[in-house]
Design a protein around this ligand. Structure first.
Ligand SMILES: Cc1cc2nc3c(=O)[nH]c(=O)nc-3n(C[C@H](O)[C@H](O)[C@H](O)COP(=O)(O)OP(=O)(O)OC[C@H]3O[C@@H](n4cnc5c(N)ncnc54)[C@H](O)[C@@H]3O)c2cc1C
Length: 425
């Protein structure tokens, strides 16, 4: 049995062995491979439209990035508006930018509609280490305002000292429409919603082979699901199931630690705003308080999804640099998880053979976009392909050097960006 990685989330979420393994040959309208946010949002939106859905999860619901992430509800994609407008034709760019804030709204809507308790909090900060990064945030705010976000405000150094409890930054951008939550609790609540809507979920049921055809079949070790459509939502954990899409993106690891609960004295300064924070470095650090007042701190990227030898040794100096007042604090949990990076850093959605769809490649920021992805999939499968196709039309070149050279190439990229962050160029 493949269980959740040891983490703060796995220890604090109401995990039950609720979903059986697939032991039969069954049929449905849509078979979704992957029980993370992409798969669950797809299942909910499709089931709400009356489709019979089946979710196959190779481990437990939320086993992948979904149940391990920073819990930050960050608007947008991993490329910002200015980049998108520069890179794509005006019609596509406008369509993409018009959807930038929708994923966060979907999350809040699902939480309310299905009564999901996942410790949700409002407000997210982007923080700048230098003037160049701060200028970028002003630009960013102006661009987001053009697409309708009126919940933004710039904070100066002193305001950040009050809100975050650190002198590390010269300023920041507050997005009140962002926020944070316990991602595994959210995923488990979404899974429950899928079953309430008549969908079926199977855990410990990896799809090991796909049989293409008019009605494609996902085979597991001990069963199969025949469907009108298959949806590949395994993201960085999909492995080689669909070689057609796997050389267009590279799995990357990122690490998180969670401290012991902060004491009353520490809570007088650290994150009194209860906002989540993400800094502006390319290889960024991100952190927030949990509901039981621990500091949950993530950072760094290991290209090729290899685990660093000592996560605590890697992240402790970063924590103590931002919060010297937490020097020596106990780290209770540490874990790592994989996200999927595309060359363009835009999500990779599409279809092949007319009846196999895929949703992947959020490149580090996927909590909101996975939720959008499921909604767009439901739109396309009910006859409205326009918004899905804005994403599906994006070109995703293979990583230079091909599949076998992806990791060395990307590792060189990591060194480059690390130097770039240090020199603040
Ligand atoms: C450590 C970490 C921190 C992050 N922090 C943030 C953050 O704070 N904010 C943010 O916006 N984004 C964050 N991200 C990114 C975000 O978590 C992901 O983009 C998002 O969760 C992807 O969801 P997914 O459903 O596409 O993939 P996953 O959550 O990885 O789910 C894929 C699922 O598919 C299953 N699977 C794979 N292959 C098969 C198969 N053959 N058969 C059956 N099942 C299969 C896997 O077991 C897995 O459960 C973070 C990522 C990581 C790793």
């Amino acid at each position: 049995m493949i269980k959740h990685t040891d983490s703060y989330y796995a220890d604090s979420a109401p995990i039950t062995d609720e979903y059986p393994a697939l032991e039969d040959n069954i049929e449905c309208d849509i078979c979704i491979i992957g029980g993370g946010f992409s798969g669950l949002s797809s299942a909910i939106h499709l089931a709400e439209k009356g489709f019979k859905v089946v979710v196959l999860e190779s481990a437990q619901i939320g086993f992948g990035a979904t149940g391990r992430n920073g819990g930050q509800i960050v608007n947008s994609y991993s490329r910002d508006v200015a980049d998108i407008e520069k890179r794509y034709d005006p019609k596509t760019a406008t369509a993409l930018c018009n959807m930038i804030f929708e994923g966060g709204d979907i999350i809040r809507h699902l939480i309310e509609k299905y009564n999901i308790n996942c410790d949700i909090k409002q407000g997210g900060l982007f923080t700048a280490f230098n003037q160049k990064q701060l200028d970028g945030l002003y630009e960013h705010a102006k661009n987001w305002q053009r697409y309708g976000n009126n919940q933004l405000s710039m904070l100066n150094k002193n305001e950040l000292v009050d809100a975050v409890g650190t002198n590390a930054y010269v300023g920041g951008l507050l997005d009140k429409s962002a926020g944070h939550m316990h991602p595994l609790k959210l995923a488990l609540g979404e899974a429950k919603a899928v079953t309430q809507l008549g969908g079926r979920i199977f855990e410990q049921s990896a799809a090991v082979r796909i049989e293409k055809g008019t009605n494609p079949i996902a085979h597991t070790e001990r069963g199969s699901v025949k469907a009108k459509y298959l949806v590949l939502a395994g993201n960085a954990y999909l492995g080689g199931l669909a070689p057609k899409i796997s050389n267009k993106a590279v799995p990357c690891g990122t690490q998180i630690v969670t401290t012991e609960a902060l004491n009353a004295e520490q809570l007088k300064t650290v994150l009194t705003s209860d906002y989540c924070v993400e800094d502006c470095n390319y290889l960024l650090d991100y952190y927030r308080l949990t509901a039981d007042k621990r500091l949950l701190f993530g950072g760094g990227v290991v290209y090729g999804a290899r685990d660093p030898n000592n996560i605590e040794q890697f992240l402790r100096p970063k924590i103590e640099k931002v919060f010297p007042q937490l020097a020596g604090i106990n780290i209770d949990y540490k874990w790592t998880g994989n996200f999927l990076l595309t060359y363009s850093r835009m999500p990779q959605f599409g279809r092949f053979d007319d009846n196999i769809y895929y949703l992947q490649g959020y490149s580090g920021h996927g909590v909101t976009c996975t939720h959008l992805a499921g909604k767009l999939l439901a739109e396309v499968l009910t006859g409205d392909a326009e918004r899905f196709d804005a994403f599906a039309s994006l070109k995703h070149p293979a990583f230079p050097g091909g599949r076998h050279l992806q990791i060395p190439f990307s590792a060189i990229g990591a060194v480059y960006y690390n130097i770039r962050d240090k020199l603040s160029i």
